[in-house]
Design a protein around this ligand. Structure first.
Ligand code: 5GP
Ligand code: MG
Ligand code: MG
Length: 186
């Protein structure tokens, strides 16, 4: 697989060390609360598993899958729920677990959606953040790493459903992928 990788941006050691820190902060901040992690499939699966192991208190874990409406949706922000939660969020302290925040449109929609279902609180933790690409303000409470505007794969993130199982985060070689994230249906 190495031949498709341009550069490793974050090594496995860097990622696991940072997730330990995030886990400690979350454990501290959610003391006495009713924490429910909501992982966004499929990209957040590996991050969520590692994060959950580093949260030292009882947590509920559930998942949602969302998809954008067609290609233009990256700019309209209309999101469709493909798989909904199994558990109710009412009176729970929800922490949405995302792989990466890019335009912010997906998370902006999800935060509103979960608040409307009467969650007690809704916060966000993301492994990666590409602040340069933001189209809407969305408060992100915990960020693993800020990265430049490059298309990345690994640690859960895919290109055409591949490379999610890489244990690090890497940029793809030109040719495998041609820089414009807007042209890709995630
Ligand atoms: P947005 O913040 O634009 O609404 O969308 C975020 C979603 O787009 C992420 O959850 C992820 O699925 C996808 N995405 C954004 N940037 C990248 C990237 O660099 N690599 C990969 N694999 N997916 C990305
Ligand atoms: Mg995602
Ligand atoms: Mg994707």
């Amino acid at each position: 697989m190495k031949n498709i990788i341009k550069e490793i941006l974050l090594t496995e050691d860097q990622i696991t060390a940072r997730i330990k820190e995030l886990g400690r902060m979350i454990t501290e901040d959610y003391k006495g609360k009713n924490l429910m992690l909501v992982g966004i499939l499929k990209g957040a699966v590996i991050f969520m598993a590692e994060l959950a192991k580093n949260i030292d208190m009882p947590v509920l874990m559930d998942f949602m899958a969302v998809s954008s409406y067609g290609k233009s949706s990256t700019s309209t922000g209309i999101v469709r729920i493909v798989k909904d939660l199994d558990c109710s969020v009412e009176d729970k302290d929800i922490l949405i677990v995302e792989d990466i925040i890019d335009t912010g449109l997906t998370l902006s929609y999800l935060t509103d959606n979960l608040k409307k279902r009467r969650a007690k609180s809704v916060k966000i933790v993301t492994l990666l953040d590409k602040p340069e690409r933001r189209k809407t303000e969305v408060p992100v409470d915990y960020i693993g790493f800020k990265i430049p505007d490059e298309f990345v794969v690994g640690y859960g993130l895919d290109y055409a459903e591949q490379y999610r199982n890489l244990p690090y985060v890497a940029a793809l070689k030109e040719g495998v992928y041609s820089s414009k994230t807007d042209n890709v249906v995630f």
